[in-house]
Design a protein around this ligand. Structure first.
Ligand code: UT7
Length: 339
């Protein structure tokens, strides 16, 4: 999986995680609630996925509203204000609208300066993609404080008559502030590695509403405005790819798995994460899991899992953390950092 001629930018500057925050909307959809919508049951969902409930945005809430709440918490932890932010990236597949970007909506709501702001679409790998982009802008010396958000209101793109998908997804946002630090500071992002395999894109799609399949009555009748997936195929690819991503990060840094304090993977399915731990030969107790509470929140999944682990006192300053992502595209990536 190593990229040809891959190297990281050599620079006196690195990024450190100055603040983190997350927001879960108040509304909750339990497995029991889903039993009333589709032919499923609590036991099947818990055994096959580990998910017990997922949070749902209120009708008046869009992705930027969730992102805003998460950002306020991250800014507070970083002891910064919106005026200090130099750039905003929002990773999402469920932005407020096609355009303008959710990042621009967020920039205005936060009252930032006229800083650059844009969305990226790398599905469940979006947050790691966005962190890598932000890290490289900091390494070049161009910017000092960058806001990176993963936010989703996925439930508006889920068919609550499709039992294979509707049990999985939830709404949430997570935000990080990356700030410039010296390369000699041990608390920094150490590496990021990103991948995509477009040849497997058809495994997980949301085709309706794009330029190939613009909205029409036919699109709505055929439910093409919702996500569909080949669950079993994604499962197999997720285990293989996440494991490869973990190895790639450690090999690049010459780090042993025993040195890693926490693995924070994309929260897709407990069985996927347990299988990755087995293949990676990594203790399951050190894999951060929050999907029993959140479900799969795509780009929000890693920052939300991370923040909940910080709030629970699991993840602490100075620890070595490995992020591993996998999602539609198929995209994947890893990021190793000392928090
Ligand atoms: O960010 C990435 C997003 N996607 C994913 O993470 C998806 C990854 N895949 C998965 O998590 C799992 O494949 C699922 C949870 C989607 C499905 O679990 P599985 O163990 O792979 O089940 P399966 O697809 O092999 O289906 C087993 C049975 C089937 O019935 P038959 O054919 O054996 O009679 C399904 O129709 O389970 C049935 N089934 C359900 N039963 C109750 C499928 N969904 C449900 C359901 N409730 N919700």
């Amino acid at each position: 999986m190593t990229q040809p001629e891959f190297r990281q930018v050599d620079s006196p500057f690195r990024s450190h995680v100055a603040g983190v925050g997350s927001y879960l909307p108040e509304g909750v959809l339990t497995n029991k609630d889903l039993e009333k919508l589709v032919d499923t049951n609590d036991q099947w969902i818990v055994e096959r996925t580990g998910i017990q409930r997922r949070h749902m945005a209120a009708p008046h809430q869009a992705t930027s509203d969730l992102a805003y709440e998460a950002t306020l918490k991250a800014l507070k932890m970083a002891h910064l204000t919106a005026q200090d932010i130099d750039m905003i990236i929002v990773a999402t597949v469920s932005g407020d609208q096609v355009m303008p970007s959710t990042a621009c909506v967020l920039q205005h709501r936060l009252g930032c300066r006229t800083i650059m702001a844009f969305d990226i679409l790398a599905a469940c790998s979006g947050f790691v993609y966005a962190l890598s982009i932000a890290d490289n802008f900091i390494r070049t010396g161009m910017y000092k404080n960058i806001l990176v958000v993963g936010g989703e209101v996925l439930h508006r793109f889920v068919n609550y008559k499709d039992r294979e998908t509707c049990i999985l997804f939830g709404d949430a946002a997570g935000a990080w502030i990356l700030s410039r630090t010296e390369a000699s500071n041990p608390q920094k992002i150490m590496s990021s590695h990103l991948h995509a395999d477009g040849g497997l894109g058809e495994l997980f799609v949301l085709p309706g509403g794009g330029s190939r399949m613009p909205f029409s009555q036919e699109v709505l009748d055929n439910k093409k405005q919702y996500v569909t997936m080949k669950g079993r195929e994604i499962f197999k690819n997720a285990v293989r790819t996440l494991t490869q991503c973990c190895h790639e990060a450690l090999d690049f840094n010459g780090v042993n798995a025993t040195e890693v304090d926490w693995l924070v993977p994309h929260q897709a399915n407990v069985r996927i994460l347990e299988s990755v731990a087995d293949h990676f030969e990594f203790p399951k107790e050190k894999v951060v899991m929050s999907l029993h509470e959140t479900g799969n929140t795509s780009a929000a999944s890693i920052p939300v899992a991370f923040d909940l682990a910080v709030q629970e006192g699991k993840i602490k300053r100075g620890q070595l953390i490995l992020l591993a992502a996998f999602g539609a595209g198929l995209t994947s990536g890893s990021l190793l950092l000392r928090y």
